[in-house]
Write a protein that binds this ligand. Structure first.
Ligand code: HEM
Length: 413
């Protein structure tokens, strides 16, 4: 039967139901076992703990991401109004392209793409390489945790420079973005909410100041390029949109890339033959690119994205009504045996195929070219400079589902 249009979502009786707490420590360390169960149980399965139908089939995930009848924003009459005290956070989110669909999304995305040019991105390669060398020069003697000493700095400093912000702002950016990203955890505490609201206010005030400076004297940076659109009445961005865009770029550009780099290194360091393969790949651009793609397929940092159903439709073999939601298990799709031979093996030699770590369709990650370049350079420099890198303790994932990244990555060199 078709579930009711209004009211809380109930499990359609025909869907197989699975239970799995996203806080269960075994799940946090090895979520792929659950994704296998989901995939085997059906094309769409009801995940009881989220109260959500989900899919881990690659073709269903890809189809949903590309289907305009599904969107990130709730259709009119659905969705919840956030609590008033969270307004500073949600006001910023309201103008973010990631939370919009259709023409408002297309307008924002097109303007950002015009400013986020491949020329501007390619020009960053030598800077990223120099930064990686500086970070390695500054590593403590003997050993360290590579997340705070290496992985964390690369995306934060680079996106700050791209926007035109001074390197010295990076620690504040890291702090604010970490606090704001906390809002997307499976279960968040009141402390997480308070920190996210405080960070939204501070971050917003800081960026408004930066925008005021650039209005007076524009520079050759992304923030100035976005501000330059303000005069175009039809397609230009408003101050609120520029603010949300800058924050989206800083937040999206930071945490996911740090975790991708950490997860990739953990895989490579766990198996000596993979570390040896990585050393060979470091001097060879196509092999290095393939290594990074396999790392993103095998252990991506963002596991679950939701979509709202905007008009009645079928997903898998299930009828969905307008106002319902579906969870897309990107990381589960990346291990689908219908697409990937021996999917649970990390194999940098496997023939390249599109994976879902960056999503697909209208919201396909706008930062993918930058993220790929950062990962390739950061891995290459690390492998070349520290060939004897070894783990000093088994890396463990943090309890932040649907984010999937390490707590620490302790090594000696
Ligand atoms: C969107 C993943 C790095 C900017 C997305 C989406 C995914 C993703 C899965 C789509 C979400 C959805 O469909 O609901 C990643 C991963 C990264 C990464 C795995 C690192 C390896 C970056 C970087 C930037 C960035 C470095 C910017 C500098 C964005 C933006 C969107 C987005 C702006 C929204 C696009 C839109 O709504 O049209 N990312 N991302 N990302 N990402 Fe990334």
């Amino acid at each position: 039967p078709k579930p009711a249009l209004n009211g809380p979502m109930t499990a359609p009786s025909s869907l197989p139901r699975l239970q799995q707490s996203p806080r269960d420590p075994a799940f946090v360390q090895a979520p792929y076992l659950f994704y296998d169960r989901v995939r085997q149980a059906g094309r769409v399965v009801f995940w009881e703990d989220w109260g959500l139908p989900v899919t881990a089939h690659s073709t269903v995930v890809g189809g949903c991401l590309r289907d305009r009848r599904l969107g990130r924003a709730a259709p009119a009459g659905f969705g919840t109004t956030p609590a008033a005290h969270l307004a500073p956070f949600y006001d910023l989110e309201a103008h973010s392209m990631l939370e919009l669909d259709g023409p408002p999304h297309a307008k924002l995305r097109a303007q950002v793409l015009r400013a986020f040019t491949s020329r501007r991105i390619a020009a960053l390669a030598p800077e990223i390489e120099a930064l990686c060398h500086q970070l390695i020069d500054a590593l403590p003697e003997g050993g360290c945790d590579l997340l705070p000493h290496y992985a964390q700095h690369v995306p934060a400093i680079i996106i700050a420079r791209l926007l035109g912000l001074d390197d010295t702002t990076a620690p504040d950016l890291l702090r604010w973005s970490h606090a704001m990203v906390g809002m997307y955890q499976a279960r968040r505490s009141p402390e997480v909410e308070t920190a996210a609201v405080a960070a939204s206010l501070e971050f917003g005030a800081f960026l408004r100041g930066q925008m005021a400076k650039r209005r007076l004297s524009p520079a050759d940076d992304l923030l100035s390029a976005l501000l330059a659109t303000e005069t175009d009445e039809d397609r230009g961005l408003s101050e609120a949109e520029i603010l949300s865009t800058a924050i989206l770029l800083l937040n999206a550009g930071h945490e996911a890339t740090v975790h991708s780099l950490g997860n990739a290194l953990a895989q490579l360091l766990r198996q000596p033959q993979l570390w040896a393969a990585a050393q060979e790949a470091a001097d060879n651009a196509p092999a290095l690119a393939a290594l990074v793609e396999e790392a993103l397929r095998f252990d991506p940092p963002l596991h679950l994205f939701l979509r709202w159903v905007k008009e009645d439709m079928e997903i898998g073999t299930q009828v969905f009504a307008r106002g319902e939601r579906i969870g897309l298990l990107l990381a589960g799709a990346n291990r689908d045996p219908a697409i990937w031979y021996d999917p649970d093996r990390f194999d940098p030699q496997r023939p390249g195929k599109p994976h879902h770590a960056f999503g697909a369709g209208a919201h396909f990650c706008l930062g993918a070219p930058l993220a790929r370049m950062e990962m390739q350079i950061a891995l290459k420099v690390l492998i070349q400079r520290l060939p004897r890198l070894t783990l000093t303790e088994p890396p463990a994932y943090a309890d932040l589902y649907p984010f999937h990244g390490l707590n620490t990555l302790k090594v000696h060199y």
